[in-house]
Design a protein around this ligand. Structure first.
Ligand code: DAH
Length: 356
């Protein structure tokens, strides 16, 4: 028995020592203490010995087994450490290398302009309102004081669906949707897509507006003008803004005005005055259409072209490429996503200059 044990030791210990991989080592372990291992075989033989011999050889056997198992576990640790060191060496990262170029998306100038406008109006206390792009006749026309045969309908070349629904020609319908669901005081802005059958350098079939509506017991034209004046100064990030109200006509406001902007705004394209949208005091009939008492409440509304705001602020000469999904264009005019417009950190990084 003693001899056999010595033989096993002499064979196994060098085998453990020379194991090159964890798999080698495990094969050695199985060969010794596995089900049919050499030591396991000797353990079984113990059964046939006398009590005295069992005691002696049992103890020796255990010592040898412990010795072998310790050797295996030491070797295992050594192999694992070596393996880890190898990996650390081969997978090392050179932190001094320049970063890989990444494809970074850009924020579209219209999204940027919208976010900037919302940051300003939010600070003034306006809530955000939304309505559907596919509108019905009531919200886009009828409730806005444009009955079926009203000539003003022709001013807006409309895309109709066969079921008489339409792509909204203006965000003004959201005024109606808001007033139908809420009693004054109301203070909302609604940015969104609008659609008309038009196409040239300054018109596209899809464009963007931002609508504003304020209804309360005491609201007047001076409030309207100061809200818009403040808005434009904040949006263009300059005090050098001239605002002019030009008498006009909209069926849903009385009186109605065209909003003209002048002044040396960042990218004023050279004209003295630029038309930005329309506004006025909400016609009492519109209030009545929405179940609001015109004897008690009155208010003002405005609608401004968002695309034009973006074009002016960021010096974009043509409207059409805005919607062509051209990577070169968006790289040039787009904004860094991390640059989120806010009244605290600034609307646009570097006062409206793009950074790349
Ligand atoms: N909806 C008008 C348009 O698209 C613009 C407009 C004019 C909106 C007067 C208003 C307003 O809210 O009061 O031409």
């Amino acid at each position: 028995m003693q001899n056999k044990l010595n033989e096993i030791k002499e064979k196994v210990l060098p085998a453990i020592e020379s194991a090159k991989t964890l798999a080698d080592l495990d094969a050695v372990r199985v060969g010794v203490v596995g089900k049919n291992g050499s030591l396991t075989g000797l353990m079984k033989e113990l059964g046939g010995l006398s009590v005295e011999e069992k005691k002696t050889f049992g103890a020796i056997l255990n010592t040898v087994k412990t010795e072998i198992m310790t050797a295996i576990s030491d070797k295992k640790q050594a192999l694992e450490t070596a393996e880890l060191n190898d990996r650390l060496a081969s997978e090392s990262v050179d932190v001094t290398l320049p970063v890989r170029p990444t494809h970074q998306g850009r924020i579209h100038p219209i999204t940027q302009a919208t976010e900037e406008a919302l940051a300003i109006f939010a600070q003034m206390g306006f809530e955000l309102a939304e309505g559907p792009d596919i509108e019905d006749d009531w919200h886009n026309f009828e409730a806005l004081n444009m009955p079926k045969n009203h000539p003003a309908r022709q001013m807006q070349a409309t895309f109709f669906f066969p079921n008489k629904n339409l792509l909204r020609t203006q965000t003004s319908g959201v005024q109606i949707r808001t007033m139908e669901n809420k009693q004054p005081p109301i203070r909302i802005v609604c940015p969104g897509r609008t659609y008309r059958r038009d196409y040239d350098a300054t018109h596209t079939p899809m464009f963007h507006q931002i609508e504003g509506l304020v209804i309360d017991e005491k609201t007047n034209l001076a409030n309207l003008k100061s809200v818009l004046f403040e808005f434009f100064k904040l949006f263009f990030e300059t005090e050098n803004v001239k605002l002019r109200f030009r008498t006009s006509y909209f069926p849903f406001t009385e009186p109605s005005y065209e909003i003209d902007l002048g002044g040396a705004m960042a990218n004023n394209i050279g004209k003295e005055w630029l038309e930005m949208g329309g506004c006025g005091m909400v016609d009492p009939r519109v209030l009545k259409n929405c179940g609001i008492d015109p004897e008690k409440y009155q208010g003002f509304a405005f609608g401004v072209g968002l695309d034009r705001l973006a074009m002016m602020k960021y010096g974009i000469p043509d409207l059409r490429p805005m919607f062509e999904a051209d990577m070169k264009w968006i790289k040039h005019y787009g904004f860094v996503p991390q640059d989120i417009p806010s009244m605290v950190n600034g609307l646009s990084m570097n006062g409206g200059k793009k950074c790349d």
